[in-house]
Design a protein around this ligand. Structure first.
Ligand SMILES: Cc1cc2nc3c(=O)[nH]c(=O)nc-3n(C[C@H](O)[C@H](O)[C@H](O)COP(=O)(O)OP(=O)(O)OC[C@H]3O[C@@H](n4cnc5c(N)ncnc54)[C@H](O)[C@@H]3O)c2cc1C
Length: 248
């Protein structure tokens, strides 16, 4: 049996170390598995909507696999963190999510991340593929009643759409990726059809596959959005192992 991974030194600069214990793992949609993790210590925990943890998971070799996952929801009373994992293949995070059992322990660092809800803003535009869906939903849930938001969310199949309560002012458009299309293409097309205006005080959030995020950000800049009105991060990229891409 392999020893449990430890937190690499370089990660300790990125956030607080956390010891978590799996409480349950459930199906959200066919392509998304939720792992609910309990905080083992009494340390205070607070996460802004959209922030993430770096989970330290068993890797393919001796090195741990450090992977970013959004805090989909924090249930304060139970000290429980929900993480929603997109199932895309045979990878360290996917194996962990598929096999997670109550009582399994996992180390993490966080919360961290700058793509978080701007509470002072009233008009939001959110663009994501399925890896960004946990961030988008957690930001939408945290918006005050008066906020307006449009979210373009790309999913792999109609069955990956999640139930969402109808709420005035909040419009989620589920875009199903066509066969053979690359990630983000459906959002790219819908965005160009929409031609969003950079109305005063509007903020855009873009998360998902890196090349798509870059292209969507360039498009918004060409529509007149200020750089400061866009928060963007590349969550994954074909061939890249873990990590993230700064977009600016
Ligand atoms: C701040 C942040 C928050 C994130 N939040 C979430 C989240 O809440 N839920 C979530 O599911 N993901 C999230 N991600 C993305 C996730 O961290 C990556 O997808 C990660 O690479 C998954 O690790 P893995 O072990 O499954 O695959 P890796 O070992 O990293 O990669 C193996 C192979 O799979 C490819 N790959 C990785 N992800 C995908 C994918 N989604 N689709 C297709 N191919 C892929 C890689 O390019 C590589 O070729 C987030 C990323 C960041 C930076």
């Amino acid at each position: 049996m392999r020893p449990a991974p430890t937190i690499p030194e370089r990660l300790l600069r990125k956030g607080n170390p956390l010891m978590l214990e799996v409480v349950e793992a459930t199906v959200v949609t066919p392509a998304m598995r939720r792992v609910s993790l309990c905080l083992s210590s009494e340390e205070p925990f607070a996460s802004k909507p959209g922030q993430s943890l770096i989970l330290v998971l068993p890797g393919d070799g001796d090195e741990p696999a450090c992977r970013h996952y959004t805090v989909r929801k924090y249930h304060e009373a139970q000290r429980l963190i929900d993480i929603d994992v997109v199932l895309h293949g045979d990878s360290p995070a996917n194996r962990w999510a598929r096999n997670a059992r109550p009582g399994d322990r996992v180390l993490a660092v966080g919360p961290r991340g700058h793509v978080t809800l701007k509470q002072e803003i009233h008009d939001h535009l959110l663009l994501a593929d399925e890896t960004g869906l946990p961030a988008v939903l957690s930001m939408l849930e945290a918006m005050p009643q008066a906020a307006r938001a449009t979210a373009l969310v790309e999913i792999g199949a109609p069955s990956d759409q999640q139930p969402w309560p109808v709420r005035p002012g909040i419009d989620i458009r589920w875009l199903v990726r066509s066969n053979g299309a690359s990630a983000g293409e459906a959002v790219n097309l819908a965005l160009r059809e929409m031609a969003p205006s950079p109305s005063v005080g509007r903020h855009a959030y873009i998360v998902g596959e890196t090349a798509a995020v870059r292209s969507q950000r360039h498009y918004l800049l060409s529509c007149g959005f200020e750089k400061s009105a866009i928060s963007a991060e590349g969550y994954w990229r074909p061939g890249r192992i873990g990590g993230h891409d700064h977009i600016d």
